[in-house]
Every structure is written in C-alpha cells, then in structure tokens.
Design a protein around this ligand. Structure first.
Ligand code: BGC
Length: 347
C-alpha cells in the first residue's frame, strides 16, 4: 500500500497499520479504521508473491468506497428488513432504502477500533458501541483478533458482550481474487458445503423459504467454475449474480472447510473454515467503480466475498435452523473464521 502518512482519519488521528508475518514469508496487513484487513500477500511455489485480496491504494481511499473492502462489519452483517427489530418493536438506522445493511450508516466499518495488543502474528482490536448506536439496544463491546499462522492461515476470532438483548453477527468483508492479475473472479472454481440457500428479492431481502440447491445454479457441493451457471436462474437475476446466504452443512464445525476457492490457473487455493451457520457468497456484482489498489477502479465481478454470517434478516426469522442471533446480557457471542491460503505447483 502507498503510505499517505500525512493524511488522517475522520477523527483527526493517524491511521494505524499493523503488519503480520509468518515463517513462509506470508504478510497480512490490517488497519485500525474499520478493523480492516487490507492485504494478504502469499508466497507462491515459483518464488513470486501473490496479493489475494482486493483493496485500495491508500488508507484514505477506503473512506470513498461502499463495497466494505476487507472491513469488519457489525453489529449485524447483512440486511435487516425495514430496519426493524419486530420482536421488540424497534426501528434501527436505515442505510439501504428502508432497510439496514451491514450495521447501519455509521457501522463498525466506519469507526476507529482500539488496538489492545499486537505482535508479529496477532493484532487485537476492540470497539465500544454505546446504547442506541445505529438504533441498536444496549452497550456493546466487540473484540476482533486477527492471527496469521505458519500454515498461511488468517484466523479471525470475534467476541461480543451487551447489557441489553441485541442481535449480533460480525463478519469480515474481504473480497478475494486469487489470480496473479486479478481478472474476472468468475473464472475461479468454488466449492460450497451447503444443501440450501435463501432466495432474496432485488433488495436482498429474504423472499421465500430456504431452498434446496439440487438442480439449481446454486449447487456448489462439487467444485464448479462460478461462470458456468452465472445468471442461469431468476434468483440470481434478481440481484445480478450470486449474492445469497447459504446455510452451511458444516453447521458451526470449524474442522472442515465450509468453502474452497481456486484461482483460474489453479495455483492458489483458499479454504474457509467457520463456526458461523451461513456464508454469504457475493460475486462482486456491484463492485464496478470501487477504488482499487492496482488500477483506478475495480470492475464488477473482480472479487469474491465469502462472509461468515447468520442468514440475512435473521433477527426477524426464528424459523430457520441456525443458532439464535440475539445476544443476551451476561452471555458471550463468539465466532471464528479461518481463511487458509495454499499455493500449488503449476499444473
Ligand atoms: C451484500 C451485497 C452488497 C455488498 C457491499 C454484500 O455483503 O450482500 O449486496 O452490495 O455486501 O455492500
């Protein structure tokens, strides 16, 4: 990243960048603004280094994009229909028409996180979110710890506590492109361990019950090139591609990959492990114009997001087979997602 050391974040303070390194020479970079994952540089078998993440050229560019590149998203990632918590008859701050997306207009991605500790392998961020923040009930404290290990695995561990019942579901919004020149990411192959996905309307709001992936373009149980069935059915057409919550068969089991992604040239593989019940697979349908690190701006479909979450609008849907997203006072919300990068020799 080009350092714009003279620029400051909106609170007048400098950006704080943290660089993690492992024994293989992998380097992962983070920023306290938005507790954002900026970069993942993976040493390849041929001695080259591949950047696996989309990102901006400078920290201040992150303020001028609405793709949530690499950001920590909260309190509740994804959409809440009509920005309404029906159970307690409370209206949240809306930021996508009448709906709330990714925690509201001033969500956790747009905030300074405190660095509690850092080392060569780990950085620990905390945010203090007051009662009423973005309309949410309760004082909430959320922690995110990023760790890079010698398996080229970036682990993200979240915890949160509240003093009033509140829906909580933080995620990271990294976009991956595992090819050297960051071409159309629909050329990647994807495997997703999900028998069911959630159809949504054109605003991304759940529009029907969970649906079996069998016989649809949403079946990624065997590795499939994303381009193969792109826009092949109405559920995709509604949102210009894939932008859906998949209910994971792994159901919180972190020991087996929930998803795997391969670069078009097969030389870099990403395995995603998560304790979350669902993954939002977003094919970057609205990325066009987003400020980019290597070029002026990204084009649509240049990156793939695999966000560990609850299904969209879960605070208003107790009928789906996943854990309750409402955090109670005295309880701890915990979630872990691991992104492991595996380089392969040329085929
Ligand atoms: C959403 C997309 C949205 C993107 C950036 C994704 O998580 O599902 O609809 O465009 O985030 O906000």
């Amino acid at each position: 990243m080009v350092s714009d050391v003279n620029s400051h974040a909106p609170d007048g303070q400098p950006w704080r960048i943290t660089v993690l390194r492992n024994r293989n020479g992998m380097v992962a970079t983070f920023m306290d603004w938005g507790a954002t994952w900026l970069s993942a540089r993976v040493p390849m078998q041929d001695g080259s280094v591949r950047e696996a993440l989309l990102g901006c050229a400078t920290p201040s560019d992150y303020l001028h994009q609405d793709a949530y590149l690499g950001a920590t998203v909260g309190r509740y990632a994804n959409r809440i229909a009509s920005a309404e918590l029906k159970k307690i008859n409370l209206l949240l701050a809306a930021n996508q028409g009448p709906h709330q997306l990714h925690g509201g207009p001033e969500g956790f991605d747009k905030r300074r996180w405190q660095i509690l500790s850092q080392s060569d392998s780990e950085v620990h961020y905390r945010i203090d979110s007051p009662d009423g923040d973005q309309g949410y009930p309760g004082n909430l404290i959320a922690d995110v710890i990023y760790q890079l290990d010698d398996d080229n695995c970036v682990s993200i561990r979240y915890t949160a506590h509240t003093d009033k019942a509140c829906p909580v579901g933080l995620t990271n919004h990294a976009y991956f492109n595992l090819d050297a020149h960051h071409g159309d990411a629909r050329q990647h192959r994807l495997q997703l361990q999900a028998d069911r996905y959630l159809p949504v309307d054109s605003a991304g709001i759940p529009a029907a019950p969970l649906k079996a992936v069998d016989g649809t373009s949403f079946d990624f149980r065997q590795p499939k090139c994303i381009a193969d069935d792109f826009l092949a059915d109405d559920d995709q057409k509604a949102v210009k591609g894939y932008d859906h919550g998949f209910l994971l068969n792994t159901a919180g089991d972190c020991s087996q990959p929930a998803a795997q992604l391969w670069s078009a040239d097969g030389r870099l593989q990403l395995s995603v492990f998560t304790s979350a019940p669902a993954l939002q697979f977003y094919s970057g349908n609205y990325l066009a114009g987003t400020r980019a690190r290597e070029q002026d701006s990204y084009t649509a479909f240049q990156g793939i997001a695999l966000e560990s979450e609850f299904l969209p609008d879960s605070p208003n849907h107790s009928e789906w087979p996943q854990p309750d997203c409402w955090l109670q006072p005295g309880d701890t919300w915990r979630s872990v997602t691991r992104y492991r990068f595996t380089p392969h020799a040329a085929g």
